[in-house]
Design a protein. Structure first.
Length: 721
């Protein structure tokens, strides 16, 4: 909807009204076309202001309309914006809240832009697998220059009004009522010539060494895009702006958009946009939900244990403005942590331009210091015995009603809850390292966890800038549980003839930030080794005979254990699945030692190496992971496929342009995933993780519905269990 009125005698005021973000749905575009026409034909109107209701200018095109071309009805954006630019009365955009994508393109078609000091602007189309194809890729470089436009368009980042003013993207910044300021401004420019205000008439400001600049940017974009096509199209579109007349540039923008618009990557990225919002609307198997469960305010929090994770969590909490009590009982670690936290806060303040959060932290070496806090996050070493002791102490020390959270990546949250007087006030908070940077937070509830606590922790996660996903309690929760079969398959493929670099290359070409073996070197092989030893899986020397590669009747690869026995713990020791210049170095190089190690291993176990294709790597690793994802859904550990996908995109380096593992399965075709799993399960009867999950079979039998319809099938499956 669009509302029109005449204000201050001669200003036509057009207000976009389309909650929640005044997105440019067909009805809004109709409204703009009609009201602009009305204002231009009214002789009493000398100038026009366009604004949005509820403190938001415009969130851009309606992304929901992009699902199919058939949805794209109503007046198209490009001619609508052209007619505004061509108007013979000045049109001023009054930007409150934000102007994004098509919203900013609309503002760029106006002759002047006035933004509120708290407003943000940006062209985030690239994050949706698109480019700013309503003239944005052609107008922005003409207005602010090629380098700045490339930076905004290829990253999609939102910038502040102050930065926009500095770039010349907006003409004025208002501290108070932006619409009033815009109306005043519109009155002042009424009747003035508009020749110099129509951006499409501008030449791009000249850039020295333009070819070199574009080559350089293209190179960088190709490296960071990890296979995403939209950033590359964005560079090509800006290049057209820099080298072609406007009309030809627009034609190029259109052609490039046509290649993106119906692509699988655009589908995947737009799915991620909505999935991220779906996971915020959490629910628990008990029926408790985000909209019916109320949290309570947290004023003071505590972190127990100031190792790597505890330090990051302390920083993340302090940056939200909370008072934090940071506790570490070991003297040496205590002193080191204080310094490290202070450095991290300083770096954070520099990065964000926000004030330092130092004063908000008090340090203590005694657990008694947490007696009056509202919420505790325990982050001691990943050891059940130790954590149990801490929880018993916390239960005795803390005031009644204190929320107790454990930062754990695999341990049983219910077992820890049972150590306390109020088990309903215990949840897991699975942070990812570095905890003050990584966006993902798994919030792990048990059958007794109170919805109030889940609401509190989900909200706290949001304040810390995390994407929080509520999940049930099981070994490894969602992320690490699904990672296990993926890693296992990578090990089995090594035994069968692959190399770490072959497997990693296939996964990186798929789009992962790092392959399975590089990740293992980064996080340290000794971490998993310790867990496997505790579980009684490790046999010194890898064991011998038939039992060496079987545990509890299931295929097991002792390769990781053998590596650890040789002191090859990964980056920290300078040797792992790869070799490094020195301990701590990150530059992974293939190690010829690995070749003889694997040959010897295969010979010892009577294995004959065969050629492994990239396709087999992807199918075995990814489908095993996806199959576990179906089990996670069947068990009710994740509320829906969106939760799994967001966990993988934000926590595990899954390429966003492939939408997450469950979305990817749907893109490949569930019947194909099922058929390939059946094939591999038949060839490897000792790998039960390859046996297709019954939910996958049910979905295929139900005609492979789209991801957003899976919940209905899942509900049926769960009710039959
Ligand atoms: C920053 C925000 C705007 C606000 O953030 P916040 O306050 O935190 O709120 P959210 O929770 O994010 O959102 C609130 C709800 O609003 C929904 N929402 C938000 N934005 C949109 C939107 N743009 N469309 C629809 N819905 C939107 C959101 O889902 C929430 O809903 P719910 O509560 O969960 O139900 C933040 O929301 C944000 O960042 N939004 C996205 C901004 C953005 O990315 N904008 C760009 C959109 S794309 C665009 O504008 C493109 C323009 C160019 C179009 C050119 C068209 C040409 C078509 C050519 C086709 C060629 C094909 C040829 C083929 C052939 O011919 O063969």
């Amino acid at each position: 909807m669009t509302q029109y009125s005449r204000v201050s005698g001669s200003v036509g005021l057009i207000t976009l009204k389309n909650p929640p973000v005044n997105q440019l749905s067909a009805v809004v575009r109709h409204g703009i076309v009609d009201t602009v026409q009305k204002a231009l034909s009214d002789p009493k109107v000398k100038s026009v202001v366009i604004c949005g209701q509820n403190g938001m200018f415009c969130g851009g095109a309606d992304i929901k309309e992009f699902q199919t071309l058939a949805n794209m009805r109503g007046p198209p954006l490009i001619p609508m914006i052209h007619s505004i630019e061509a108007a013979d009365k000045p049109v001023v955009a009054a930007i409150e809240g934000g102007a994004f994508g098509g919203g900013l393109e609309l503002a760029l078609g106006c002759h002047y832009r006035i933004a509120h000091s708290k407003a943000k602007v940006g062209l985030p189309e690239v994050t949706l697998g698109l480019l700013p194809a309503a003239g944005g890729s052609q107008r922005l470089p003409r207005l602010i220059g090629v380098p700045a436009a490339l930076s905004l368009i290829t990253t999609g980042r939102h910038i502040t009004a102050a930065e926009a003013l500095q770039l010349g993207l907006v003409d004025q910044v208002a501290d108070h009522n932006t619409v009033d300021a815009a109306v005043k401004f519109a009155l002042s420019v009424a009747g003035q010539s508009l020749d110099a205000r129509r951006i499409s008439n501008f030449q791009c400001p000249p850039v020295p060494n333009m070819d070199a600049l574009f080559e350089d940017v293209m190179q960088k974009v190709r490296t960071t895009a990890r296979g995403a096509i939209a950033p590359i199209a964005c560079v090509q579109a800006v290049r057209a702006a820099a080298t072609l007349p406007y009309t030809q540039g627009m034609q190029r923008e259109k052609e490039l958009m046509a290649t993106l618009f119906t692509s699988g990557q655009a589908r995947a990225l737009q799915y991620c946009f909505f999935a991220q919002r779906v996971v915020g609307r959490w629910s628990m198997p008990s029926g408790a939900r985000w909209d019916t469960s109320k949290g309570r305010p947290i004023h003071k929090a505590a972190v127990i244990g100031l190792g790597t994770m505890g330090r990051g969590i302390t920083v993340a909490l302090a940056q939200t403005g909370l008072s934090v009590v940071a506790v570490e009982t070991q003297e040496k670690q205590f002193m080191e942590a204080k310094k490290a936290v202070s450095n991290m806060l300083e770096r954070g303040a520099k990065r964000s331009g926000k004030p330092l959060a130092h004063g908000k932290i008090t340090y203590s070496q005694s657990l008694q210091a947490v007696a009056d806090v509202d919420l505790v996050i325990e982050a001691v070493f990943e050891d059940m015995g130790l954590k149990k002791k801490v929880f018993q102490q916390l239960s005795a020390v803390c005031k009644p009603g204190t929320f107790l959270c454990t930062n754990t990546s695999t341990l049983d949250v219910d077992e820890l809850a049972s150590q306390t007087h109020q088990p309903e006030l215990v949840v897991g908070m699975h942070f990812f390292a570095p905890a003050h940077i990584m966006k993902l937070l798994e919030v792990v509830y048990g059958p007794r966890s109170s919805p109030e606590l889940v609401a509190v922790v989900m909200e706290l996660g949001k304040k810390m800038g995390k994407v929080s996903v509520a999940v049930g309690n099981c070994r490894g929760f969602v992320g690490n549980r699904m990672l296990k079969p993926y890693r296992d398959q990578a090990y089995f493929l090594l035994e069968e003839g692959a190399t770490p670099q072959l497997i990693d290359q296939a996964l990186e070409e798929f789009g992962f930030a790092m392959g399975a073996f590089k990740v293992s070197d980064l996080s340290g092989l000794d971490v998993g080794w310790k867990v496997r030893k505790e579980e009684g899986l490790v046999q010194p020397g890898g064991g011998s005979g038939k039992s060496a590669r079987i545990r509890n009747g299931v295929r097991y690869s002792p390769l990781g254990d053998l590596m650890c026995e040789q002191g090859r713990f990964g980056q920290k020791t300078g040797r792992g699945w790869y070799q490094y210049d020195k301990p701590g170095s990150r530059d992974a190089r293939p190690d010829p030692w690995m070749h003889s190690f694997l040959e010897e291993y295969r010979a010892r176990h009577g294995l004959v190496a065969r050629r492994i294709s990239n396709q087999e790597v992807l199918e075995r690793c990814l489908y095993a992971m996806i199959n576990e994802g179906f089990r996670v859904l069947e068990d009710g550990i994740a509320a829906g496929p969106e939760d799994i996908d967001i966990i993988y995109v934000f926590g595990y380096g899954w390429p966003r342009h492939r939408g997450g593992p469950m979305f990817y399965a749907n893109m490949v075709g569930l019947e194909i995933v099922l058929e390939r799993l059946e094939h591999y399960a038949q060839a490897n009867p000792d790998m039960p993780t390859l046996q297709p999950c019954s939910l996958l079979r049910k979905l295929v039998a139900s005609g492979s519905p789209p991801v957003n319809k899976w919940k209905e099938v899942i509900k049926n499956v769960r009710s039959q269990l």
